[in-house]
Write a protein that binds this ligand. Structure first.
Ligand SMILES: Nc1ncnc2c1ncn2[C@@H]1O[C@H](COP(=O)(O)OP(=O)(O)OP(=O)(O)O)[C@@H](O)[C@H]1O
Length: 228
C-alpha cells in the first residue's frame, strides 16, 4: 500500500444511525483532495475515522500506508502521531506561544522532564522556528496563540504538522471561520506544501469555489440515509 490516503467502504454509525455509509476515496501522495458534501454527510466522521479518533464499524482506512482501521495500542499511537490535524476551531493551546504550539508536534517523543521544564531539545526548537518561518510567522514566534488572528492560528497548526514531519494532513473545515483573504492564504499554503514536500492533504470544505480553486481532486460525500 503506497502513501497518501486510501478509504474503502468505510462505515460508521452512532446509536444505530448511519453517520457514514460505505465511503471510498483515494488521495494520492502529494495531492490536495477536498471533501465536500451537505451538512451531516459524514465529512468530520470520515476524518475522525481516518485518525481513529472514532472507530469505524466496517471498511478500511489507510494513512501513509498504515491500516488505521486495524491498528491498536502502541502501533496506533505511533501512527496517529504522524498525522497532522487542522480543525475549524483552532486546536491550539491558547495561552502558549506560537513556538510552543508548533513544538507540540514533537511533544509525544519528548522526555517528560523537558516538557515540564519547558526546555525543548535544541534541534526541535530549530525545526519549530523553521516551520513558523515557512508558514510566514517567524516574527510572531513569541506571540500567544490567543493574540493571533484566525488565519495566523491555522498557520501555526500547519507549522505544528510540519514539525511533526507528518506525511498526511487532515483538515476539518480549516477556513470556515476565516475571512476570504485569510482563507485563500491558508489553502494556498496547504497546496504549496503538497508540491514542496509531497504532503497529502485531505480537507473538508463547505465552499465549492474554494475546492475548485485549490484542490487537485474533489470528493463529494452524499448524506447516508436511514438507520443501519
Ligand atoms: N459523536 C457523535 N455522536 C452521535 N452522532 C454523531 C456524532 N458525531 C456525528 N454524529 C452524527 O453523524 C452524522 C454525520 O456528522 P458529521 O459531523 O460527520 O457530518 P459533516 O458532514 O462533517 O457535517 P458538517 O458539514 O455539518 O460539519 C450527523 O448526523 C451527526 O449528527
Amino acid at each position: 500500500m503506497s502513501g497518501g490516503v486510501v478509504v474503502r467502504g468505510l462505515s460508521k454509525a452512532y446509536d444505530g444511525r448511519a453517520a457514514l455509509r460505505n465511503a471510498s476515496l483515494t488521495a494520492p501522495r502529494g495531492s490536495f483532495v477536498a471533501l465536500l458534501g451537505p451538512s451531516g454527510a459524514g465529512k468530520t466522521t470520515l476524518l475522525r475515522c481516518l485518525a481513529r479518533l472514532a472507530d469505524p464499524d466496517g471498511g478500511e482506512a489507510f494513512v501513509d500506508g498504515r491500516p488505521m482501521h486495524a491498528l491498536s495500542g502502541r502501533a496506533l499511537k505511533e501512527a496517529r502521531a504522524r498525522i497532522g490535524f487542522v480543525f475549524q476551531d483552532f486546536n491550539l493551546v491558547r495561552r502558549r506561544s506560537a513556538l510552543e504550539n508548533a513544538l507540540g508536534g514533537v511533544l509525544a517523543s519528548t522526555p517528560l522532564w523537558r516538557v515540564a521544564l519547558g526546555r525543548p531539545r535544541p534541534d526541535d526548537a530549530r525545526s519549530a522556528m523553521a516551520a513558523l518561518d515557512r508558514v510566514g510567522l517567524g516574527d510572531r514566534a513569541d506571540a500567544r496563540a490567543d493574540e493571533l488572528s484566525g488565519g495566523q492560528r491555522q498557520r501555526v497548526a500547519i507549522a505544528r504538522a510540519l514539525v511533526q514531519d507528518t506525511a498526511v494532513l487532515l483538515a476539518d473545515e480549516p477556513v470556515a471561520s476565516l475571512d476570504p483573504d485569510s482563507a485563500a492564504g491558508v489553502l494556498s499554503l496547504l497546496k504549496d506544501l503538497t508540491r514542496e514536500r509531497g504532503l497529502t492533504v485531505l480537507c473538508s470544505l463547505h465552499q465549492h469555489h474554494l475546492a475548485r480553486a485549490y484542490a487537485d481532486e474533489i470528493v463529494v460525500l452524499a448524506a447516508p440515509e436511514g438507520d443501519l
